[in-house]
Design a protein around this ligand. Sequence first.
Ligand SMILES: Cc1cc2nc3c(=O)[nH]c(=O)nc-3n(C[C@H](O)[C@H](O)[C@H](O)COP(=O)(O)OP(=O)(O)OC[C@H]3O[C@@H](n4cnc5c(N)ncnc54)[C@H](O)[C@@H]3O)c2cc1C
Length: 303
Amino acid sequence: MRCRGLWELAQGRPLPRRFVVLGAGKTAMDTCIWLLQSGTPADAITWVMPRDSWVVNRLTTQNGPEFFQEAIGGQADQMQAFAEARSIDDLYLRLEACGSLLRIDRGRMPTMFHLATLSQAEVDELRRIRNVVRLGRVKAIDAGGMQLEQGEVAIAPGALFVDCTASAVQFKEAAPVFQGSRIVVQLLRAPLVAFSAALTAHVEAHCDDEAHKNRLCKPVPFPRTPADYARTVAVNMGNQLQWGQDAALRQWIRQCRLDAFGRLTSGVDKADAEKQALLARLKTQSQAAAANLPRLLAAAAAG
Ligand SMILES: Cc1cc2nc3c(=O)[nH]c(=O)nc-3n(C[C@H](O)[C@H](O)[C@H](O)COP(=O)(O)OP(=O)(O)OC[C@H]3O[C@@H](n4cnc5c(N)ncnc54)[C@H](O)[C@@H]3O)c2cc1C
């Protein structure tokens, strides 16, 4: 544990003998990876994980032309999973099988999905941590250890507790984006915040009819659980359909630098048979996914 980063953290004081990372969202994942990459032995980390999480495979999120196969092929694979899944669990196993999603512990079915993104190498790194506490949330910490919702864990003196329990997302009920003189900015394509805000501004500047503006800007719910993601994808796709029917908006989106995937697909050479075949597959699978989404939404609602 002599890495520079850790010494800077300790500011010259002796390094903690143990790190106890509280929480299992992206902040905690990044903290654990940073500790491991700073030379902390995996056995010196205790990870409090109230819920296991599905994570997005970073490979499928790269939007440079050199990743066309992974990005667009990955989207087609994801749509195929949505088209063929018979239940929410089945959907996630398919998404994992096609490399779209990853999980840290393959022996457990995660119950959380907040769209955190990791590479396969980062997941492999996190799997080295064996001291994972799955006893719910921490209620109190004292000199002897931690009280959790479902039990107590003793922690030897000299440990540093790293609090990663704050959430990046404040979950709010969706509201109409355009409300008279008020604009309630929300996600219109998850998880693209800047693109959603730019599209909202574009619609405000170019359309007058409030009902039409709200039809173009339906808020996309951010997922909390694996089941929620079916609704996220359904609203994402519904918005895409609406935008596609408006020629001027379609043209604006095509040129918008914030929509990197859109630019990736619209820039494909007509003579590039391989990429055109992938785009055709994406279209076919998206249509099949849209047809199966009501079944998945019903499964999600039934819990
Ligand atoms: C606009 C937007 C953009 C995003 N962009 C990216 C991106 O570029 N890359 C990326 O990877 N992700 C991105 N994400 C997704 C983001 O990584 C996830 O939302 C992520 O899960 C946030 O992690 P978090 O740790 O902040 O919060 P959370 O996921 O909410 O994690 C909090 C954790 O703390 C736990 N906890 C709470 N209370 C306690 C307690 N008392 N004791 C113990 N544990 C507790 C919870 O159970 C949970 O595990 C984006 C999200 C949004 C909304």
